[in-house]
Design a binder for this molecule. Sequence first.
Ligand SMILES: Nc1nc2c(c(=O)[nH]1)N[C@H]1C(S)=C(S)[C@@H](COP(=O)(O)O)O[C@H]1N2
Ligand SMILES: [Mo]
Length: 524
Amino acid sequence: MRSSRGAWSIAGIVAGAAGLATSYVAAMLLTIRESPVVAVAELVIRITPGWLAEYLIGLVGQLDKPLLILGIFGFLALVCAWAGRLARRSWWAAVLVFAALAGVGALAVSLQRGATTTDGVPVVIGFVTWLAVLALLVGPLRRAERAAPDGAESDQIHDPAHDPAHDAIAGHARRAFLVRAGLVAAVGAVVAVAGRVVGRGRRHVEETRRLLRLPQVSEPVVPRGARTDLEGISPWATRNDRFYLIHTAIIVPTIEPTDWSLRIHGAVDRELVLTYDDLLRREFTEQWVTLNCVSNPVGGDLIGNAWWSGVRVADLLEEAGVQAGADAVLQTSHDGWTCGTPLEALTDDRGAMLAVAMNGVPLPIEHGFPVRTIVPGLYGYVSATKWVEDLEVTRFADISAYWTERGWGERGPVKQSSRVDVPRSGEQVDAGEVRFGGVAWAQGTGVSAVEFSVDGGPWTPAELAGVPNVDTWVQWTGSLDVEPGDHTVRVRAVDADGTVQDGTERDVLPDGATGWHTSDFTAS
Ligand SMILES: Nc1nc2c(c(=O)[nH]1)N[C@H]1C(S)=C(S)[C@@H](COP(=O)(O)O)O[C@H]1N2
Ligand SMILES: [Mo]
């Protein structure tokens, strides 16, 4: 390393490349269509005037897009090198340059069709990587320079570069720099290749998914009267891209429907193996079902309501012929996750299904494409296996499953609960008549009433919207006169059997939280 200026440039470029690699792999893992660099390229294409574009295409022909990407990489290399050199004098100047680059990336990503906040995650990850790697490389460079400044200014007076002790320190620091830069470059290359491999598989499956036509699947139509007009209440039907996500897999399985099959075995008379096409040829069932996570705290949002389409598990189990003595089905997913589901919940008339569609479209990859289980009234951890591939009819006494091995309850029926959405905690409202609202559920039984109480006052009955069945949540609304000041509203649901929601405050472990949700708001 003769020129220290060169080393600072290299630091900038290595940081830049590492950030591009992590942002790329993040985009692939999150199934975002493209990396931020491609988003920028597409933005450039969009804002290039037509005549110029045509002229350029005339010049380079089919190479226009590869050249554009190459040009962006070249430009990035120059800017990153410059940022590295800036870091020599001022760390913050380099941060500013990287921030500006990230800003352009974020802008390009946000202008893409159907962009969501998740699409910005790779940009943030890339930016953080830039700063982290730069910080890692700047350390040894500074030490080297302090020991042996190679600037002309220092030459005349005293040249520590000729001091052997300083030479040793400088040599050591330079080696540290080279080792770190080399390591980062190597890790970055591996990450980029991994991103490419993951990305290719994902993109292919995503493409298959997009082109799938499921004739038996109908569009979700929100039942009349299920929606109230209260602003701020959670939508009765949860959009797929707003639906909570819980899974233990770090890289979610990407399974081509043609590679998928389901085995039903264990305590059955006839073992069944079904392909995706077998499944599609069977009679379908469709239903609105609210899915709950056992880890949802009182008032939490690990819950969503969707229109699911698929094949009844009960029909399949009947065909397989369940043998006497069985009381459980051990479900296993492609990624090896397991859960034990009460056999009864899969065979009674609640409509447990192997779902292939969610809200009228093939299951999103992260929600279990191509097939997952949906069992109304059971928490997801004992029932809602995504990427499901194996159902073994068995007995609870003979099995253990992923979460039950970790101390969670065996059966997992969803607890009756309710939530205040309006006003939200911390919200300011106008004193006088205040509108309240939220959602409530008592799956399997149905909600017959919701009551709310302000500041410990009497329980006031809320108005309930409509529901298509007993397995979805219901929206509730109500209003009360409220004086200026700080207030607390609490809510509880009553089910169709007259059972009042349990007000005892219990944590989510081992089988779901209980307690009445409250919201603290201020009226003025
Ligand atoms: N393969 C697999 N399936 C799984 C899980 C998992 O970790 N792996 N988590 C379960 C849990 S705990 C819940 S709450 C639901 C969440 O489903 P969602 O991510 O589609 O909302 O999926 C269930 N199915
Ligand atoms: Mo869960």
